[in-house]
Design a protein around this ligand. Sequence first.
Ligand SMILES: *Cc1c(COP(=O)(O)O)cnc(C)c1O
Length: 476
Amino acid sequence: MKLVFERSVKGRKNDFIPKLEVEETVLPDKFSRKQELRLPEISQVDMSRHYTELADNSFGVNNGFYPLGSCTMKYNPKINDEMTQLPGFSQIHPMQPIETAQGSMKIYHLAEELLAEITGMDAMTFQPAAGAQGELTGIMLIKAYHENNQDFKRNKIIVPDSAHGTNPATASMVNYDTINIPSKENGRVDLDKLREVVGDDTAGLMLTNPSTVGLFEHDIIEITKIIHDAGGLCYYDGANLNAIMGTVRPGDMGFDVVHLNIHKTFSTPHGGGGPGAGPIGCKEFLKPYLPNYHVIEKDGQLVFDTPEKSIGQVKTFYGHFAVVLRAVTYILFLGKEGIPQASQTAVLNANYMREQLKDNFEMAYEGPCMHEFVMSLDTLKKETGVTALDVSKALLDNGMHPPTMYFPDVVKEALMLEPTETESKETLDKVIRVFKQIHEQAYKNPQLIKDAPSQTLIGRVDETTAARNPILTYQF
Ligand SMILES: *Cc1c(COP(=O)(O)O)cnc(C)c1O
């Protein structure tokens, strides 16, 4: 398709830029642009067609099945967006007097109450912009706590190998050494290994539960006890909360800090770097370290507070308000019954697919799984030459988004599927049929799968060049 610059015709005008309503002023010379601004000149209808074409060539949850494991690509109810469009919420400004924004402050206050209840924590901050920044903030709290206790020798964070890649990255951002511990055969944390590595230099543990291979840690209470006995703190990567919300709580498992990916579990459209929110929750004793802009009630009014030993600010202003508002809408809409039901359906859907596919595809771990499962296509590759990448490309021809590929890297030729709770049995059955057909085809005519996709706008892209040598600007 043509870029908007290629559709541009010199002198073509449109009328969708509103008339100037204020007095015109001229910028001081030092601020004014030295080169002409090259904006596309385009009529309204061509502009509209351009964006429609872009939308038609995109794929999202509204187009079809999107089982991207670890990403929780669920359908996001439209009412969430309707709430964010209410003028009282959409027309506010971060600098306006606090007494004129009490409705929005109430949303933060309510979000804290609801999410603290769901996670079993005592306080929350909404400043972090996404999950990874939530991790960073959470580990900064842990560090501030140890330093406040003059406990400077604690310089190690333990991270199991089934963790999300952001966990070890976070630990090193905060200047901790990462101790990686391998999983047992059954995909769970090896307690003996854990006992071997803990000590008086352990600052904490970062654990994803269910782990990124879709398994719940059976020994979770023992794990957090081992860390606490050694004087460390426990951090819970709650990005996979979609499997457990309303059923079990990180706070009850012994965790001190947790981050949530509310753009995953609590339904905000995400992907492509779109806005997210990675609020963190903590236990009472860590509350004094929270970032500023913590909402509290004072003299009958909701105001922002800077906790006593605050680690400071991790983002401008208060975080992504609209994402928090969507989460509050989602929680209130589902209610006390709906929240656990959503999780339980997500787990049921994953187990249904897993059971239906296990005779054809080798499962990486013994079942049952939580909200996602991992298969290994290593045998298929050895017998037919068809790889996890080839199968993913073939799925594109069937109108679905591929699952997460080659992750977690502890599984060879991995495909990780997370169907989520919003898919119907009919959709799951159709997808299961497609997977089985591709499997059959791989043995009969592997070249067909290796040549896929044939129905998409472009076929196989040169991924190495795209990653190493991307051209991201338009060359006039
Ligand atoms: C998605 C995810 C993250 C990172 O979240 P972002 O919002 O992408 O920064 C961290 N941990 C786990 C387990 C995740 O699935």
